[in-house]
Design a protein around this ligand. Structure first.
Ligand SMILES: Nc1ncnc2c1ncn2[C@@H]1O[C@H](COP(=O)(O)OP(=O)(O)OP(=O)(O)O)[C@@H](O)[C@H]1O
Length: 270
């Protein structure tokens, strides 16, 4: 995969400095310092309402931080990046996107739509063979090319989630944001989505994962950013932070963390 650099050479992919988001007179997120390098992966973990989605929206420029003389957010070193540059670099897979799949369209149209930024194909657009071939290749990489002609509404939740990943691959993103990608999935669906994250990380794309569960954190993601009460609770290597004490403090209940061959699991202690 080629990195589509549009900023200063050597600059971090994302840089946050004293970034504060206020809504309704309340600070819903405050980040002193955060850098993410090109190709680096990170998992955001924290309780409901902690500020994880707000953090992602800061990166995607869907929310803006309070004004500072020193710009609170930089993308590839640029304080005023073009939204189109960010959108071009990013692929986002979320349950929210999944909820929008309520149309009877063939899977191939949904995936080709990724080329045009639409859910299906825009009216009066004839998809050429190259776009179609690219969509089939994306579906093949996710192991679901045999579903290409199926009505997307007839697929399982896990299959749709993979179709949406394939759709994001149409723009060859250098960063993939997975926002609670395994919510609502059965173990088979979870297996495939986690495996997909693994493949994309291996291709050198940055994977940014938002989750409530350490089980989603694929071994390739070494760094975790723990968010609690609108603040960064901790930021560092998962081997130092994914332990019973830190997870219990983060979620405010007694939890036990287990680790096996680079995969982590969380269970309650009663
Ligand atoms: N537009 C808004 N106006 C007021 N408060 C908001 C707004 N958007 C978010 N919040 C609040 O900001 C806090 C952080 O929300 P956010 O969605 O970032 O949390 P989260 O960690 O992603 O939660 P979850 O795990 O439940 O998805 C929450 O208390 C939420 O209610």
């Amino acid at each position: 995969m080629e990195t589509k650099a549009c900023g200063r050479a050597g600059a971090p992919l994302f840089q946050l400095r004293d970034a504060q988001v206020v809504r309704g007179g309340r600070t819903i997120l405050s980040v002193d310092r955060f850098d993410l390098a090109e190709g680096e992966h990170v998992a955001l973990l924290g309780p409901n309402g902690a500020g994880k989605s707000t953090f992602i929206q800061l990166l995607t420029r869907e929310v803006f931080p309070l004004h500072r003389d020193e710009p609170p957010m930089r993308f590839r070193g640029q304080a005023r990046p073009l939204l189109s540059d960010i959108k071009q670099a990013l692929g986002i897979v979320s349950a929210t996107m999944h909820d929008q799949v309520r149309v009877h369209l063939p899977v191939i149209d949904i995936v080709c739509g990724g080329q045009f930024g639409t859910l299906g194909l825009p009216r009066h657009v004839d998809v050429d063979d190259a776009v179609r071939a690219k969509a089939l290749e994306a579906l093949d990489r996710l192991g679901i090319v045999d579903l290409s002609e199926r009505d997307v509404m007839t697929l399982s939740t896990g299959q749709v989630r993979r179709v949406l990943v394939a759709r994001e691959l149409m723009s060859d993103p250098s960063i993939l944001i997975f926002d609670e990608p395994c919510t609502g999935l059965d173990p088979e669906g979870m297996y495939h989505v986690r495996n997909t994250m693994r493949l994309l990380a291996e291709e050198g794309r940055s994977v940014v994962l938002v989750t409530h569960y350490p089980e989603d954190i694929i071994p390739a993601i070494d760094r975790v950013l723990l968010i609690k009460d609108a603040q960064v609770f901790a930021d560092g290597p998962k081997r130092e932070l994914l332990n019973s004490r830190t997870m219990s403090d983060l979620f405010g209940v007694p939890l036990e963390v287990e680790q096996h061959e680079g995969w982590y699991a969380l269970r309650g202690r009663y």
